[in-house]
Design a protein around this ligand. Structure first.
Ligand code: 5GP
Length: 196
């Protein structure tokens, strides 16, 4: 079975990556979303093993020492990481795997996995981003300010990515990413060939 595509989606907090990912998963049956490990506390409604694996900082440290991570980074004061074992098993099973990770993690993966397809999602404007983060109602004023500051820095990293998608409407952004997946699978350099 052909190995699946490794896709990386980054973008500032509040840009709508989660919503677009859910729309994509509904459209693309061969696509799986990687579940990261984090030291941050679950938000209301989040479930262990669905959004993240929620672990302690000491357990995270053990996993770093055991070289269990394909990449890891500190984001907004908490640790987040992608386990190598999960990536390997998804791709070997012929699934495409989407990593929704920050710009530091994306750079680490791209260094090791030249074939990974990197997509940066940007908001239509900084004002729209601020409204989305505040509207979520899950972060304090100070946390919103911090996330906006990080967002400004993250936005500057978009030119290191293969593709840029503006999330104006969820359906349009999801359709753009689905088109990227289709185009990547048709690349001759990736092994696409006729049946003769
Ligand atoms: P949140 O706490 O809002 O779920 O996520 C905060 C940030 O952490 C987002 O930008 C998200 O892309 C990033 N993130 C989530 N999982 C990982 C991961 O496994 N590795 C890295 N490097 N970043 C992650």
């Amino acid at each position: 079975m052909a190995e699946g595509l490794l896709l990386i989606l980054s973008g500032p907090s509040g840009v709508g990556k989660g919503t677009v990912c859910r729309a994509l998963l509904a459209q693309l049956p061969r696509l799986k979303l990687s579940v990261s490990v984090t030291t941050r506390r679950p938000r209301p409604g989040e479930e262990e093993g669905r959004e993240y694996h929620f672990i302690s900082p000491s357990r995270f440290q053990e996993l770093i020492e055991a070289e269990a991570f394909l990449e890891w980074a500190m984001v907004h004061g908490q640790y987040y990481g992608t386990l190598k074992s999960k990536v390997r098993s998804a791709l070997a099973g012929g699934f495409d795997l989407l990593l929704e990770i920050d710009v530091q993690g994306a750079a680490q993966v791209k260094r090791q996995w030249d074939d990974a397809v990197t997509i940066f999602m940007a908001p239509p404007s900084m004002e729209a981003l601020k409204e989305r983060i505040a509207g979520r109602g899950t972060e304090s004023e100070a946390e919103i300010r911090r996330r906006l500051e990080v967002a400004r820095r993250e936005m500057a990293a978009y030119h290191a990515y293969d593709y840029l998608v503006i999330n104006d409407r969820v359906e349009t952004a999801a359709a753009a990413i689905a088109a990227i997946v289709t185009a990547e699978k048709c690349k001759v350099s990736r092994g696409a060939c006729p049946n003769f």
